[in-house]
Write a protein that binds this ligand. Structure first.
Ligand SMILES: [Zn+2]
Length: 96
């Protein structure tokens, strides 16, 4: 599922707004809290069919698609672990 791909900008740390340039073009919005894409533009044709990168909408730098996706995957694994830790921790607090 394409929707499970999550990007993080290795330059500025942006984890929300990106433009994707593949054989088609699309702007997407992600939610770091939900760990998924929450909004996306219509898919537009890309005249340069060989593109395979994403553009960060904050620093406007471009990154290899697969590279940014694998960074995003690690990022999600880490944040999910932190969230789980936090839940486990608060679950251990005795209620009186
Ligand atoms: Zn950036």
């Amino acid at each position: 599922m394409v929707n499970n791909v999550f990007f993080v900008c290795p330059h500025c740390g942006n984890n929300q707004d990106f433009k994707i340039f593949l054989s088609s073009f699309q702007a997407v919005k992600q939610s770091p809290e939900l760990a998924k894409r929450v909004d996306e533009s219509n898919i537009l044709p890309n005249l340069r069919q060989n593109d395979n990168f994403i553009e960060c909408q904050l620093c406007l730098r471009r990154f290899d698609y697969d590279n940014a996706a694998s960074i995003g995957k690690k990022y999600l694994q880490n944040t999910q672990r932190l969230i789980k830790l936090r839940f486990t921790h608060s679950g251990n607090i005795p209620r009186s």
